[in-house]
Ligand binder design. Structure first.
Ligand code: UDP
Ligand code: MG
Length: 316
C-alpha cells in the first residue's frame, strides 16, 4: 500500500432479530465513517433473524454500494456470524462490532489509528461494566481469571467481541481456525503478531433485548474453557487421588476398630462418602462427555454456517 493511500476497512456486524435498532445503528455508522480516512465495506451477517431485520436492512442500504448482507439459512449464533463476516471480508483491516450500539462506533477511528501505526490486533477492553450487557460482565467477573489460571494463554480481562484484526490475521482465521468449538475473542489473542488494547465505555443496548440467556452464557464460558484448556480433565485424577488417601485412612481406622474394639457403626460416614463419591464421579464423567461431544463435532466436520442469500450492493 502506498504511504498516503487510505486503508480499506471491513465492518463485520452480526444481526439477530434487531429490527428495533438496526436502522439507528446503520445511521450512526454512516455518520461516524463519513469523517474517517479509510474506504469502508460493511458486512451485515443476518444470523437467521425471524423478525424483519433482513427486509429492513435491504431497504435502508439498497443505495449503498459498500454494503453486503450475508443471510444464514438459520440461527447459527454470534460466533459463527463473526466468522462468516471475516470469511467474506476484503478490507486491509477488519472490525467486528455488535449491531445494538453497545460497541460505540465512535471508537472505529481510534482503532484504525492503531492499525495505521502497525498493530495487527486491536482488542477493545471495557472500562465500565455496562450491567446491561449480561454476556460480557458475567464473563469478566469470573471467567477470565479462571481461564487464565487453567490454560496456557493469557487473555486480557474484559476483552470483548469488539476488535480489529489485520488482513493477515483474518486470512489465518479463515484458513486455520475452523474449529466448531471456538471462542474468537480468545483466538485473536493467541495468534500473536503486534497486538494492543484500547479502552472503551460500553453503552446501553440501543433497542430490543439481549439474545444471551443465562444458560447460553454458561455454555459459552464452558466452550471457551474447553477450547483452550484440557485441565478440567485432570479433575478425575485429582479427586481420585484425594479420595484414595481418605479411603486408606478410613480403611485402616475401620480395621483397627474391628480388631481391637467394637466395629464402628458408620452410617453417617457411609452416606457422606457415598454421596460425595457418586457426585464427583458423575461430574467428572459429564465433563469427559462434554469433551467427547466437542470431539464428535470436530470429527463430523460440518460447516460452521450455511449461507442462504448474499445481497451485494457493489456492482463490481
Ligand atoms: N447475535 C447473533 N446471533 C445470535 C445472538 C446474537 O448474531 O444468536 C448478535 C446480536 O444481534 C448482536 C450481537 O450478536 O449484534 C450481540 O448480541 P447481544 O447484544 O444480544 O448480546 P449481549 O450484548 O447482550 O451480550
Ligand atoms: Mg449487546
Amino acid at each position: 500500500m502506498p504511504a498516503n493511500a487510505h486503508p480499506t476497512c471491513t465492518l463485520v456486524v452480526p444481526v439477530y432479530n434487531e429490527e428495533a435498532g438496526i436502522e439507528l445503528f446503520y445511521k450512526t455508522i454512516l455518520d461516524e465513517i463519513a469523517n474517517l480516512k479509510a474506504d469502508f465495506e460493511i458486512i451485515f451477517v443476518n444470523d437467521g433473524s425471524t423478525d424483519r431485520s433482513k427486509e429492513i436492512l435491504k431497504e435502508i442500504t439498497s443505495n449503498d454500494t459498500r454494503v453486503k448482507i450475508i443471510s444464514f439459512s438459520r440461527n447459527y449464533g454470534h460466533e459463527s456470524a463473526m466468522i462468516a463476516g471475516i470469511d467474506y471480508s476484503s478490507g486491509d483491516a477488519v472490525i467486528c462490532l455488535d449491531s445494538d450500539l453497545q460497541h460505540p462506533p465512535k471508537e472505529i477511528g481510534k482503532m484504525l489509528e492503531k492499525f495505521n501505526e502497525g498493530y495487527e490486533v486491536v482488542n477493545m477492553v471495557r472500562t465500565k461494566n455496562g450491567d446491561q450487557n449480561a454476556r460480557e460482565s458475567f464473563n469478566s467477573r469470573f471467567f477470565y481469571r479462571l481461564i487464565n489460571r487453567i490454560s496456557d494463554i493469557k487473555l486480557t480481562e474484559n476483552a470483548s467481541d469488539f476488535f480489529l484484526i489485520s488482513r493477515r490475521v483474518a486470512e489465518i482465521l479463515k484458513s486455520d481456525f475452523r474449529e466448531r468449538t471456538r471462542f474468537l475473542r480468545g483466538i485473536i489473542q493467541m495468534v500473536g503478531f503486534r497486538r494492543t488494547t484500547l479502552e472503551y465505555e460500553a453503552a446501553k443496548r440501543a433497542a430490543g433485548e439481549s439474545k444471551y440467556s443465562f444458560w447460553k452464557l454458561m455454555k459459552l464460558s464452558f466452550t471457551a474453557i474447553a477450547s483452550f484448556s484440557k485441565i478440567p480433565l485432570l479433575l478425575g485424577i485429582v479427586s481420585g487421588a484425594i479420595f484414595g488417601i481418605i479411603s486408606i485412612i478410613l480403611i485402616i481406622y475401620s480395621l483397627i476398630m474391628w480388631i481391637f474394639a467394637t466395629p464402628v457403626s458408620g452410617y453417617t460416614t457411609l452416606i457422606i462418602f457415598l454421596c460425595a463419591f457418586a457426585s464427583i464421579q458423575l461430574f467428572v464423567t459429564g465433563l469427559i462427555g462434554q469433551y467427547i461431544g466437542y470431539l464428535f463435532d470436530e470429527i463430523k466436520g460440518r460447516p460452521i454456517y450455511l449461507v442462504e442469500e448474499i445481497t451485494d450492493n457493489n456492482p463490481n
